[in-house]
Design a protein around this ligand. Structure first.
Ligand SMILES: N[C@@H](CCC(=O)N[C@@H](CS)C(=O)NCC(=O)O)C(=O)O
Length: 242
C-alpha cells in the first residue's frame, strides 16, 4: 500500500459527529488533510460503501494509507500520536483512564440517545404516529443521558481540566444535535451548556464547522488541504484492491 503524505479525515455534513475530531486534529497541530462527505448523498453510494461498509462517517485514512473507522478507534489513533499530550494524557494514568471513560460514554450512551430521533427523521416508510413515538422516546433518552453527563461534569472549564481533550472533541461533535432535534431544553443542563458554549467558540471547532458548511475557513495551519472525496475513494479503492 502506497504511503500518503498526511492522514486524511472525513468532515461529514450536515452536522457530522466528525466535527469534534476535526477540532481535535486542530488542537493536536500535526499535519492532516480533510475530505468533505455529503452524508445524504455520496456517502450512500457504492464507492463510499467500499470505504466504510456501515455507511457512516467518520473515516480516517492514515498516513500509511490504512482505512480506520469508528470514532473511538480514531480517537485512540490520535492519542497514540499525541506524544506532547496536547489533547490526551499519559496512557495508564488515572486521567487517561477517565478520558477513555468519558469517550466511551459519549460515543455509546450519549450519542446513541439520539438514534430514534434520527430514525424519526429518516425512515421513509414511517407513519406520523410512529415518528412521534420515536421522537417521544428519543427525547426521554437524550434527557436521561444529559442528566447523567451533567452529574459527571466537575467544576473545571473542560471535561478533564483546563484544556480541551479528545473527550471534549467527541462531546462537541454530537452535543449540538440537541437544537436540531429540539430534543431537550439546553438551559436545563447548565454545565453541559457552558461546556458547549466554550468549545463552540473555540477557533478549532469553528474551523471544523466552517469546513463542514463548505465555507472559507482559517485554521491553525495543520490542515494541509481539502481532498475531493472522489480522489480519496479512487486512491483507497486502488489500495484496497491491490
Ligand atoms: N459507531 C460509529 C457511529 C458514527 C455515526 O453515527 N455516524 C453518523 C454521522 S455522525 C452517520 O454516518 N450516520 C449514518 C446516516 O446518517 O445514515 C462511530 O462511532 O464512528
Amino acid at each position: 500500500m502506497k504511503p500518503i503524505s498526511e492522514p486524511i479525515f472525513t468532515s461529514g455534513f450536515p452536522l457530522g459527529s466528525s466535527a469534534g475530531l476535526v477540532a481535535a486534529f486542530e488542537w493536536l497541530g500535526q499535519p492532516y488533510r480533510l475530505t468533505r462527505v455529503d452524508m445524504l448523498g455520496e456517502m450512500r453510494e457504492a464507492p463510499y460503501k467500499r470505504l466504510n461498509g456501515r455507511v457512516e462517517t467518520p473515516v480516517l485514512i492514515t498516513d500509511e494509507g490504512r482505512v480506520l473507522t469508528e470514532t473511538m478507534a480514531i480517537a485512540l489513533w490520535l492519542e497514540a500520536r499525541d506524544t506532547e499530550r496536547r489533547i490526551s494524557f499519559e496512557p495508564g494514568t488515572p486521567e487517561a483512564d477517565r478520558m477513555h471513560q468519558y469517550i466511551a460514554f459519549l460515543n455509546t450512551g450519549f450519542t446513541g440517545a439520539f438514534f430514534s430521533m434520527w430514525v424519526a427523521l429518516e425512515a421513509d416508510d414511517a407513519s406520523e404516529e410512529e415518528r412521534e413515538t420515536l421522537r417521544k422516546f428519543g427525547r426521554s433518552f437524550v434527557a436521561k443521558r444529559h442528566e447523567q453527563l451533567e452529574a459527571m461534569i466537575g467544576d473545571s472549564p473542560y471535561l478533564l481540566g483546563d484544556k480541551p481533550t479528545l473527550a471534549d472533541a467527541v462531546f462537541a461533535g454530537v452535543a449540538r444535535w440537541v437544537e436540531f432535534h429540539k430534543a431537550i431544553d439546553p438551559r436545563d443542563y447548565p454545565r453541559i451548556l457552558a461546556l458547549r458554549q466554550r468549545i463552540e467558540a473555540d477557533p478549532a471547532f469553528r474551523f471544523a464547522v466552517a469546513i463542514e458548511d463548505g465555507k472559507p475557513a482559517i485554521g491553525s495551519g495543520a490542515m494541509k488541504g481539502l481532498v475531493p472525496l472522489e480522489d480519496v475513494l479512487r486512491d483507497t479503492g486502488a489500495a484496497l484492491a491491490a
